[in-house]
Design a protein around this ligand. Structure first.
Ligand code: NDP
Ligand code: 2IT
Length: 448
């Protein structure tokens, strides 16, 4: 088996040698899915995983725009259309200076499995730009988004490819992108998700990724007869996913003591209560300021510069910032401090070595493609509401989100539970459950 995996990965490395993040994401899937393929005759001789690691289409384009000083700026735009076997391409747009083809291919690849897990008919894609929104005026953001969409619109559509938000892309950016798409196509369709409530958005979409990550962790805790009540919870990030993971943790009786951004983390041992969280939301979403400002208003808290919060003692950790933000040493520290559960809100935040540590220690560990799927699932619900030309209530969408997270948890048990020890390997479970549906659709459709 090891030879088969090595042979496959050697081929992927040969073709994508310089794409470290993409190879990392493929390795994790290959190690769990190839043994399953070997055991199941229907997938033999079909090169199915080899087909899945090649994007159906990957587009890069120039984005010219004029900044507030009148200078012409040039950025690079991307859309990776990874797999459309079970539905139109679906996945977010990331605006961050670190964006490369490798990052977007890793995200698009993960998205294929994640979207399959949601049970909704969505293929996988991802896009974005190396544009840095930090420090830009609203007008600059608008001009950039309009310029970006003036090319992207050719490649997307409500039955072709439906982008949404990710790092650096929230409600404001989706508005500008939607406005330009509508103007160029002269049609009002659900071509983007994460839209505003008065123009086709869904209730609960802003909350969905963070809420879903906590619902999933709650399901994992229930397998041990446990819950969030009274638990100390460490969260990284302070953006969309982190904010609503914190809100739902508080709803369920947990105590959130950290948040972070790329400059460092704040720790508040008294707990970040709803008022403090409202302060953070205004700080990050309206003032667009740094998390270090928190300690000026709440002086009992401390700011730790240039570090991640994994050194803080906790019961539950929710990484909600970015890829590879939690390494082997961080995992050691979490385990030493008695952490029992890690549920990923971000995409691939734990390194491979960190995941190995969690598995060896037999703690509850959920990979992002399972635990953060609530965001895209609710995007799927937004698409359904757009097609129906109807809006569901907050309670209806939240109930559907809870059901979907629960079904993903069941799928992870079906394919990831070790019958002898009872331990649930959620990585294996999510990868195989996600794979089966896409692979079966690809087999049915032939070599296309
Ligand atoms: P936001 O842009 O709202 O927030 C991102 C947060 O992560 C900020 O606090 C940011 O800090 C921090 N961050 C970003 N890059 C880095 C970095 N290189 N090092 C340290 N901190 C960093 O994005 P989201 O909350 O939407 O996304 C967070 C994660 O969740 C990403 O991995 C994303 O792919 C994933 N995700 C998002 C979904 C969604 O619906 N939005 C759905 C599923 C997954 P700073 O301000 O300093 O940059
Ligand atoms: O990583 C993700 O799942 C997202 N950024 C959300 C994608 C979506 O289409 O809602």
């Amino acid at each position: 088996m090891e030879e088969i995996i090595k042979g496959f990965l050697d081929l992927v490395k040969e073709r994508n040698g310089h794409e470290a993040e993409f190879i990392q994401a493929v390795e994790e899937v290959a190690e769990t899915v190839l043994p399953y393929i070997v055991q199941h005759d229907i997938y033999h001789g079909k090169n199915i995983l080899l087909r899945m690691v090649e994007p159906e289409r990957a587009i890069t384009f120039r984005v010219n725009w004029v900044d507030d000083k009148g200078e012409i700026q040039v950025n690079r735009g991307y859309r990776v259309q990874m797999n459309s076997a079970i539905g139109p391409y679906k996945g977010g747009l990331r605006f961050h200076p670190s964006v490369t083809m490798s990052i977007l291919k890793f995200l698009a690849f993960e998205q294929v499995f994640k979207n399959s897990l949601t049970t909704l008919p969505m293929g996988g894609g991802k896009g974005g730009s190396d544009f840095d929104p930090k420090g830009k005026s609203d007008n600059e953001i608008m001009r950039f988004c309009h310029a970006f969409m003036s090319e992207l619109f050719r490649h997307i559509g409500s039955n072709t490819d439906i982008p949404a938000g990710d790092i650096g892309v929230g409600g404001r950016e989706i508005g500008f992108l939607f406005g330009m798409y509508k103007k160029l196509r002269n049609e009002f369709t659900g071509v983007l998700t994460g839209k505003g409530m008065t123009w086709g958005g869904s209730l609960i979409r802003p909350e969905a990724t963070g809420y879903g990550t906590v619902y999933f962790a709650d399901k994992m805790l229930q397998t041990k007869g446990d819950s969030f009540k009274g638990k100390t919870v460490v969260i990284s990030g302070s953006g969309n996913v982190a904010q609503y993971a914190a809100e739902k943790t508080i709803h369920l009786g947990g105590k959130v003591i950290t948040l972070s951004d790329s400059s460092g983390y704040i720790v508040d041992h008294e707990g970040i209560d709803p008022d403090k969280l409202t302060f953070v939301m205004t700080l990050k979403n309206v003032k667009r300021a740094r998390i270090s400002e928190y300690v000026k208003t709440y002086p009992k808290a401390t700011f730790v510069a240039n570090k991640t919060p994994w050194e803080v003692k906790c019961d539950i950790a929710l990484p909600c910032a970015t890829q590879n933000e939690l390494n082997e040493n961080d995992a050691d520290m979490l385990l030493k401090n008695g952490c029992i559960c890690v549920s990923e809100g971000a995409n691939m935040p734990s390194t491979k070595a960190a995941i190995t540590k969690f598995h060896e220690a037999k703690i509850l560990f959920a990979p992002g493609k399972a635990s953060n799927a609530g965001g895209v699932a609710t995007s799927g619900l937004e698409m359904t509401q757009n097609s129906l030309r109807y809006n569901w209530s907050r309670a209806e969408v939240d109930e559907k989100l809870k059901d979907i997270m629960s079904n993903i948890h069941d799928a992870c048990i079906e394919y990831g539970k070790d019958e002898k020890t009872g331990y649930i390997d959620y990585v294996k479970g999510a990868n195989i459950a996600g794979f089966v549906k896409v692979a079966d659709a690809m087999l049915a459709q032939g070599v296309v």
